[in-house]
Design a protein. Structure first.
Length: 576
């Protein structure tokens, strides 16, 4: 069997009382679920000593325009910020990527893939506890897997499990720390296990799959097992986490800072001011026009790095004015995306033409010349597709009189996306396409896209965070058009074939050839207008030490951040 062993871990000794915590579901007891869950966390962690040393203490405050949509519920969340907090802050994945972007164990101390690729066995660490004192076991992994592969749950990235045996038949608990998962042999079997945080079976196993999205666990009282425990959530204002003193020494031990606060500050001008005046320590996703101001400050510095996201425009091909690929290609051709990158992205990044990023093994540089800016060509393409300005009002119409008029949605928390919509409005008007702009609050914006019953939109400016292994099945496979991520309504047999074939190809040369085919098919279908792969920009206070950010995300090394004692703010001031 193939085996990736990890160092043998010493078991963390915790007071015996911790192992005697009641393991019942708070729902079945008297009192509100969250009141009981919070009380259990307080009781367990209050008995543990806080670590001591020069690096321990203080509060880190991060500021971002967006709320953590769906909170810490890893089974329903599609939000980048929420996922980052699930896997690096409050909860744990089975495996993670190290500084060299190589897979290493996290909740799992080792794993084995069967020689024929038909099963995957994880051995868990024995020293990980939920924040209410209950040990994390193989049953938690099995529960999370059963719910993630149950269609009633509505797991948003269902394609992650497309080659796994779903439901109870796909998982077997061998003992308290060993779980076996059944799967079909395929290339990217690692991917879901570094993205999906494990949830507590002892708290959620009685919750019906279809009720998980609304359950208070996600946003009111997430009981995690990660390096930070939940303290408080004020909707639209902040999340507060405190150090988990029981976090295993085998994984680096408890975090250095006492508390971590995530503040929601929708206005990014306010955000940069907060960074430079000490109100926040990290300005997440800094705007490019703030970079020079941050760099020249004595209080903060810029951190920028190539990232896994791309900015794009979702087209709803269910709309008659957007149903033709020729129209969608003409829209992209009419746009000056190089100028957008320079003006709106500060030149930090690379123009995109498909969802495969430059770091990916299948990236085809030849695609960089696809659909260059050419307004005259865009006009010809629209005319050939039957869209002509028949009444001289500057807007093209179809033969039946339908105008080529679209509404473009953007979320109010991202000034860059609103600006993209404004630039598109001006540039598309030059080729006879009328654009109306609708700015929405993020939760409403996302809800319109992800709810199949509420897809009342033409286009939407979005950002997408791809994994280190690209799989667009949920976005683009015809069988997923009614799923949470079936935004475009794409129905293309060639794209379906490639999406189904790519995960099974292990030969590098054959794989690269197929990835090139895939990118060409995406350019032809144009379900989205891909704008650019932006670098990630973050403003960081100079009082913070050992801050490392890379393609994994902002919070991958949060546990090692520390603040010199002379620079620590009072906790009450930081918590507002």
């Amino acid at each position: 069997m193939k085996r990736w062993p990890l160092p043998v871990l010493a078991t963390l000794c915790i007071a015996l009382a911790a192992c005697d915590q009641a393991q019942g579901n708070p729902v079945s007891e008297s009192g509100d679920f969250c009141e009981v869950a919070q009380a259990r966390m307080d009781a367990f962690l209050s008995e543990l000593d806080q670590p001591s040393g020069d690096r321990f203490g203080g509060t880190v405050v991060a500021g971002s325009p967006a709320e953590l949509a769906d909170g810490m519920n890893s089974l329903v969340s599609v939000d980048y910020g929420a996922n980052q907090h699930q896997v690096f802050v409050n909860l744990m994945t089975l495996i993670r990527l190290d500084d060299a972007l190589e897979p290493v164990g996290y909740l799992a101390e080792s794993w084995e893939l069967a020689d024929d690729g038909s099963s995957l066995t994880f051995r868990l660490r024995p020293d990980v506890f939920w924040h209410d004192g209950v040990p994390t076991t193989a049953e938690d992994v099995a529960f999370t897997y059963r719910r993630a592969t149950d269609p009633a749950t509505g797991f948003p990235n269902a394609s992650a499990w497309s080659r796994y045996v779903s439901g109870p038949e796909g998982v077997e608990v061998l003992d308290d720390l060993t779980v076996r998962i059944r799967l079909e042999p395929h290339a990217d079997w690692m991917a879901p296990w570094r993205n999906v945080a494990i949830l507590p079976a002892h708290l959620l196993s009685d919750v019906a799959p279809e009720e998980l999205r609304q359950h208070p666990f996600g946003t009111r009282c997430p009981v995690g097992n990660g390096p930070f425990r939940f303290v408080e959530h004020r909707d639209g204002d902040r999340w507060v986490f405190a150090r988990n003193q029981s976090f295993p020494e085998s994984l680096g031990g408890p975090p250095h800072v006492d508390r971590y606060v995530y503040r929601v500050i929708p206005d990014q001008t306010t955000l940069v001011t907060e960074l430079l005046t000490g109100g926040v320590d990290v300005y997440v996703g800094a705007r490019t026009e703030h970079a020079e101001r941050i760099e020249s400050s004595a209080e903060a510095r810029m951190v920028n790095y190539p990232f896994r996201s791309f900015l794009f425009v979702v087209w709803n091909s269910r709309r008659p004015q957007l149903a033709q690929p020729e129209v969608r290609r003409a829209i992209t051709t009419a746009l000056d995306r190089e100028e957008m990158l320079e003006v709106l992205g500060g030149g930090y990044g690379l123009v995109a033409n498909a969802s495969v990023p430059p770091f990916h093994r299948g990236y085809d540089p030849a695609m960089e010349d696809a659909l260059p800016h050419d307004p005259d060509q865009a006009r010809r393409m629209l005319a050939e597709a039957g869209w002509v300005d028949r009444d001289g009002d500057g807007v093209r119409e179809r033969a039946d009189g339908l105008p080529l008029s679209i509404t473009l949605n953007a979320n109010t928390e991202s000034r860059q996306r609103v600006e993209v919509a404004e630039v598109m409005q001006a540039q598309l008007a030059e080729v006879g396409i009328q654009v109306h702009i609708q700015v929405q609050e993020w939760a409403t914006h996302l809800g319109e896209l992800t709810d199949p019953e509420a897809r009342d939109y033409d286009g939407a400016v979005m950002a997408w965070l791809t994994d280190f292994e690209v799989d667009d099945t949920d976005l683009l496979h015809s069988e997923r058009v009614d799923g949470p991520l079936g935004w475009s309504g794409t129905n293309n047999a060639e794209i379906d074939r490639l999406l189904e074939t790519l995960p099974n190809v292990l030969d590098p040369d054959e794989s690269r050839a197929l990835w090139s085919e895939y990118q060409r098919a995406i350019v032809a279908e144009q379900p989205f207008t891909f704008l650019f792969f932006p670098d990630r920009l973050d403003g960081v206070s100079r009082r913070l030490r050992d801050v490392k950010m890379d393609a994994r995300g902002e919070w991958a090394t949060l546990t090692r951040w520390w603040i010199p004692e002379s620079d620590r703010r009072r906790r009450a001031a930081a918590d507002g």
